[in-house]
Design a protein around this ligand. Structure first.
Ligand SMILES: Cc1cc2nc3c(=O)[nH]c(=O)nc-3n(C[C@H](O)[C@H](O)[C@H](O)COP(=O)(O)O)c2cc1C
Length: 203
């Protein structure tokens, strides 16, 4: 299996984006990355299921990249999951197409990191809130990795504030393409932001 990365990007108002617009510039043209803009390709939500399944077959790692909306993803990601992960393709006795692949979320959230814990105003950790993605991956025989998270996104007003995350995200995607991730550690971590890679470390 190749270690190539499929980025399933979902932002319903990219023209207003301050953070994702810079993050995508850093990764969309990386060798080994296929960038799939769901809202651009399917503005009417008429998802091409066979095409999307073929994209999944061709990639080893699937990243759902999106702003955090109501503790989850924008709506098209749910529609995509409902339609594309069919019985007999993604799960069930004969549905083995995704077995051995990896999945993660790359999210931007307005809430600060300290809000996403039991004592914080959002009560739950980001990892906990993303558990429907994790269990979807489990059911399909995929390994779910900790999310990459940009917190405090609405307070980022300049490119200088976003740039450290842009660099970090690019490094993470690059490491996934090159298969240089400590997957066991990445599966257990709260987020990928601080995870150790076999060759590089981030703090
Ligand atoms: C409909 C909607 C729901 C949102 N829900 C959340 C949320 O549950 N938690 C959170 O931290 N931020 C939430 N936000 C803030 C977005 O995550 C924030 O606008 C986004 O990360 C900014 O990224 P961008 O500059 O690329 O648009 C929400 C924003 C919108 C428009």
């Amino acid at each position: 299996m190749s270690s190539s990365v499929l980025i399933q990007f979902a932002h319903p108002a990219l023209e207003k984006s301050r953070v994702n617009r810079h993050l995508i510039q850093a990764v969309r043209d990386l060798p080994g990355v296929f960038f799939n803009d769901l809202y651009e390709n399917y503005p009417d939500f008429q998802i091409d299921v066979r095409h999307e399944q073929e994209l999944l077959r061709r990639h080893a790692t699937i990243i759902f990249m999106h702003p955090f909306y109501w503790y989850s993803s924008p709506a098209i990601v749910k529609e995509w999951l409902d339609l594309v992960l069919e019985h007999g393709f993604a799960y069930g006795q004969t549905g083995k197409e995704l077995v051995g692949k990896r999945m993660l979320n790359a999210v931007t959230a307005a809430g600060p990191q300290e809000a996403y814990r039991p004592e914080g105003y959002n009560k739950f950790t980001m990892r906990h809130l993303l558990s429907p993605f994790e269990q979807t991956a489990n059911l399909c025989g995929m390994q779910y990795l900790a999310p990459f998270v940009v917190h405090g996104s609405l307070h980022m007003h300049s490119l200088a504030e976003v740039m450290p995350y842009v660099r970090l995200y690019r490094s993470i995607v690059q490491a996934l393409v090159e298969d240089k991730v400590d997957y066991a550690a990445a599966a257990k971590a709260e987020s990928l932001n601080t995870i150790l890679f076999s060759e590089t470390s981030f703090s």
